[in-house]
Design a protein around this ligand. Structure first.
Ligand code: PEP
Length: 249
């Protein structure tokens, strides 16, 4: 079912002390909300973070996962490893993974398959680079990321997917898509899904916006019809900012 979601991607930030202190701050300040709340700490801090959010509204999710079941993949983390510690959702295809770790639509489609096979929900990231946007190719790029990464899935699988549209030019840059730009492409994303799977499937997918969402711009972006929440980077590292963004939904 389509839900409002606010997710914080902590990336490679926060050692154990800072992670637990941020969680404690968040728990102390959380407003009442219908939205689902997620945080994605680094792998080494997942276990204590899962423990720390127990019985709260916050879900601890992973930032990434490997497609193989197990084996000779030094430095990688498997689906089983995540589920065995109570992690039930992972981000996949973040633009930093695509850009710095050569993740491709093809490898991501395999990761999605493995995650879903293990009952792990996926927050699947898509988004164009600045050059694509300047060349007016953003619809084509985003459309292809969806088709190549996800269109092999059966319709039922979509209930376990959340999409996060994150224009690369807006991530960590302080530059945000305008609410109108966000709505335009979120609508396009929903239509792309609808054209392949039908309106019911498309209407039930949560599509998050990510890219320099801050307390002062969240409300306007979240107000748009096809924006179901946000994937938040920098502002998720400060409890007050993250809480303020949650209050905007
Ligand atoms: C992100 O990396 O997912 C992100 C949206 O980062 P920021 O909010 O810092 O732009």
């Amino acid at each position: 079912m389509r839900k409002k979601i606010v997710a914080g991607n902590w990336k490679m930030n926060n050692d154990i002390k800072k992670s637990l202190s941020l969680i404690s701050d968040l728990l102390g300040k959380l407003p009442q909300t219908e939205a689902e709340l997620m945080i994605a700490p680094t792998f080494v801090n997942l276990i204590p973070s899962v423990e720390a959010v127990k019985n709260s509204k916050i879900e601890v999710i992973a930032q990434n996962m490997h497609f193989a079941e197990s084996g000779a993949y030094t430095g990688e983390i498997s689906a089983d490893m995540l589920t065995s510690i109570g992690v039930k959702t992972t981000i996949l295809g973040h633009s930093e993974r695509r850009a710095y770790f050569n993740e491709t639509d093809e490898s991501l489609s395999k990761k999605v398959d493995t995650a879903l096979k293990h009952g792990i929900r996926v927050v699947f990231c898509i988004g164009e680079e600045l050059a694509d946007r300047k060349a007016n190719k953003h619809f084509e790029v985003v459309g292809n990321q969806i088709k190549n990464g996800l269109f092999h899935l059966p319709a039922e699988a979509w209930q376990h997917l959340v999409l996060a549209y994150e224009p690369v030019w807006a991530i960590g840059t302080g530059e945000t898509a305008t609410p109108e730009q966000a709505q335009e492409i979120h609508h396009f994303i929903r239509k792309t899904i609808s054209d392949k799977y039908g309106k019911d499937v498309a209407d039930n997918v949560s599509i998050l916006y990510g890219g320099s969402v801050k307390p002062d711009n969240a409300k306007e972006i979240f107000a748009k019809e096809d924006v179901d929440g946000g994937l938040i980077g920098g502002a998720a590292l400060k409890a007050d900012d993250f809480v303020s963004i949650i209050k905007s939904i």
